[in-house]
Every structure is written in C-alpha cells, then in structure tokens.
Design a binder for this molecule. Structure first.
Ligand SMILES: Cc1cc2nc3c(=O)[nH]c(=O)nc-3n(C[C@H](O)[C@H](O)[C@H](O)COP(=O)(O)O)c2cc1C
Length: 123
C-alpha cells in the first residue's frame, strides 16, 4: 500500500506515525522531489477556510492520475469547512473520499482508514 501525505504543522505526520505502528505500508511525504511510481492514496489537510494546501495542489498537478482516494485532516471548529480539502480534491479530480478526521486522528480514525483501504485492495 502506498500513501502520499502532506503535513504542515505535524498532525497528518502524527496520523502516519500511528499508522506505521499498525501496518508496514509505504508512507511518503509530499515534496517537490517525490517520485510517484505506484498508485496510492492521498492524505492531506485543509487550510485557509476550506482550501486545499498549495503543496497538495502542486502534487496533484503531476500525480493525480496515480491517486485512488483522498482523505483530509481538519478541525471541526471550522464548521461546514471541516476537512473540505477532501471534497474539493474529490470534485476536481473525480477521486473518492476515504476519510475526514480531526487533527492527528484518533485510534478509531486510524483503524477506519486501514479498514477502508484494505477493503478497496481486497486484503
Ligand atoms: C490557517 C489555518 C486554516 C485552517 N483552515 C481549516 C479549515 O478551513 N477547515 C478545517 O477543517 N481545518 C482547518 N484548519 C485546521 C487544519 O486543517 C488542521 O490543524 C490539520 O490537522 C493540519 O494538518 P497538519 O498539522 O498536518 O499540517 C486550519 C488550520 C490553519 C492553521
């Protein structure tokens, strides 16, 4: 399983640390030099009042074709803009949403994420 993730203040990074304990998946942080040679799943965060981070926009401009699902971290304090980046990416690129979660996610969020992805991959 290949996961491509974006994180600015560390919450998505911490979600990945929890995931790393449970599954031996390839967790790759998005950056200008990241090579994408495998289809995988994107996990990002929501910024600037319901927007997709610029770093994620850049990543998708090259690699959207390899992305099977999108998930977003957010904060419920933002009301209807909660984790909206996932909806925007989904609409723009026709990619299904896997999960929206708060901050670095609970153990339940991480387990849900695993279950959703393993169902998609039939494992
Ligand atoms: C300037 C700013 C704007 C934000 N806007 C939203 C938002 O519109 N919707 C939302 O759900 N969360 C919003 N958040 C919360 C972040 O998405 C949340 O803290 C997320 O976990 C950050 O991920 P990261 O720590 O991996 O960068 C915002 C945070 C900041 C600092």
């Amino acid at each position: 399983m290949w996961i491509y993730y974006d994180s600015k203040t560390g919450n998505v990074e911490r979600f990945m640390e929890k995931l790393r304990v449970l599954r031996d998946w390839n967790l790759q942080k998005i950056g200008p030099d990241l090579q994408v040679n495998h289809p995988g799943h994107l996990v990002t965060f929501t910024t600037r009042i319901g927007e997709i981070p610029e770093s994620t926009v850049q990543f998708l401009s090259t690699h959207a074709g390899n992305i099977m699902t999108v998930s977003s971290s957010g904060n419920r304090n933002w009301g209807q803009n909660f984790a909206r980046a996932a909806d925007l990416v989904s609409l723009k690129y026709q990619i299904p949403v896997s999960l929206k979660f708060e901050l670095s996610g609970t153990k339940k969020d991480v387990n849900n994420f695993i279950e959703i992805l393993e169902q998609i991959h039939d494992c």
